[in-house]
Every structure is written in structure tokens, then in C-alpha cells.
Design a protein around this ligand. Structure first.
Ligand code: ZN
Length: 238
């Protein structure tokens, strides 16, 4: 085996390892856990938004009732002031005013009942909002924890990648340009494998057997020249 071909196979081995490391980096379990936790966070955010808008609608309705109650009270105070102020003496007017006060008081009681009912409806919503907010902040803490674990795991893989890339750089630099270019071209076309070994009479790239004459031809190639597998096209290292 020529030195160039030996280095080419070393390069292929490093590249395969680098591809594996890059894949490992993509599928780190921490990355999956982080995506899961973020999904949970998004779902809790949607629940919170929904609950909050329900609660806000009830609170807004309470404020409207409050204003109506206040205005009824103010009107009662005003009528009673006139009623007992001595300015009005006609008994028909006094009767009408007294009836309006009764009507306003009864309306105010109804409004107060409605307000109480609204406050009772708000309580379980407040409890639910508090519960979901707590879950949301627990998930936040979980996201922080997983993010830190992911950063540590990534740094571990990155250190291995950097080391292998240094190795790859040294191997690629020492290789004839034409051989390297052919390898890169095949590698990008053939799923990351541009070179394969000849083991017995089979190519380790496509696992197909070669005719004996072809094996013989490859074995007798002068140093510095190389052959491609007739089946898959990969550079054959022998
Ligand atoms: Zn092959």
C-alpha cells in the first residue's frame, strides 16, 4: 500500500469519526430534554394567557358593576337629600322620589349579588393561575438546568471535534491535491465515504466482490496511482 493511500484511509477514518461526533452533538439527550421542556413551557404560557384573559374579563365586569353600584348609591344619596331637605312638598313628588329610592336600592342589591358571584368565579381562576405560574417557574428552572448540562455536553464533544479536525488538517495537508480533491468529491456524493478498503476481493464501501483480474490490476498499480471501485466509485485502498 502506498503511503498516500494509507494516509487517505486514515483521513477517511477521521472524517467518519468527525461525522459521528457531529451527529452525536446534534442528538445529545440534553438537546431533546431541552426541546421537551420548552414545549411544556409554551403550553403553560398558552394556559396562563387563556386563564389570565378569563380572569381579566371577570375583573373588568366587576369594575363595571362597581361603577353602576356607585352611581346608584350617589343617586340615592342625592334623592334622599332632596326628600328630607324640605324643598319638595308635593306628596306626589315625594311618593315618586321614595319609589325611585326603593327601586335604586333593589337594583343596587341585584348588582351587588352579581358582583359577589363574579368574585366567587374569580377565586378558582386566581388559584389556577397561581398553580400554573408555579409550574411555569419550575419549568424555567428546569430549562436553565438542562441548558447548562447541554453546554457542558456540547463542550465535551466540541473538544473531541477540535482535536480530530487538527488531525484531519494535518492528514489533508500532506496529501496530493488531486487525490484529496477526488476523495472530497466522492465523499460528498457517497454519504461521507470517499475511500474504501480492499479486503480479500471485496470493496468495504459497497461490499461487492471484484473480478479477480480487477483485484490483481489494483494490487499491481504503481505507487502514486489509485483505482476506483468499479461498482461504487470509491477510491480503493489496498
Ligand atoms: Zn465499492
Amino acid at each position: 500500500m502506498s503511503a498516500n493511500l494509507a494516509s487517505l484511509m486514515d483521513l477517511q477514518d477521521v472524517d467518519t469519526l468527525l461525522d459521528q461526533l457531529k451527529h452525536k452533538r446534534e442528538v445529545l439527550p440534553e438537546r431533546r430534554s431541552l426541546a421537551d421542556a420548552m414545549n411544556v413551557a409554551r403550553s403553560l404560557d398558552r394556559q396562563l394567557a387563556d386563564l389570565t384573559s378569563q380572569r381579566d374579563a371577570l375583573v373588568a365586569r366587576q369594575a363595571e358593576l362597581e361603577a353602576e353600584i356607585e352611581s346608584a348609591t350617589a343617586r340615592v344619596v342625592m334623592i334622599e337629600r332632596r326628600l328630607y331637605g324640605g324643598e319638595v312638598s308635593a306628596s306626589r313628588d315625594l311618593q315618586a322620589m321614595s319609589e325611585e329610592v326603593d327601586h335604586l336600592r333593589s337594583r343596587r342589591a341585584t348588582l351587588e349579588d352579581s358582583e359577589l358571584a363574579l368574585m366567587e368565579d374569580t377565586e378558582p381562576l386566581d388559584a389556577e393561575i397561581a398553580k400554573v405560574s408555579q409550574l411555569r417557574s419550575d419549568v424555567d428552572a428546569e430549562i436553565t438546568r438542562i441548558s447548562e448540562a447541554l453546554a457542558v455536553a456540547e463542550a465535551g464533544v466540541d473538544a473531541q471535534i477540535t482535536e480530530r479536525e487538527g488531525e484531519r488538517h494535518r492528514l489533508a495537508e500532506a496529501m496530493p491535491q488531486a487525490l484529496l480533491a477526488e476523495y472530497e468529491r466522492l465523499r460528498s456524493r457517497l454519504g461521507g465515504e470517499g475511500a474504501a478498503r480492499l479486503v480479500g476481493d471485496s470493496c468495504t464501501g459497497c461490499h461487492l466482490r471484484m473480478p479477480a483480474t480487477e483485484v490483481e490490476r489494483i494490487r499491481r498499480l504503481p505507487p502514486g496511482s489509485f483505482a476506483n471501485c468499479e461498482q461504487c466509485g470509491r477510491i480503493i485502498v489496498h
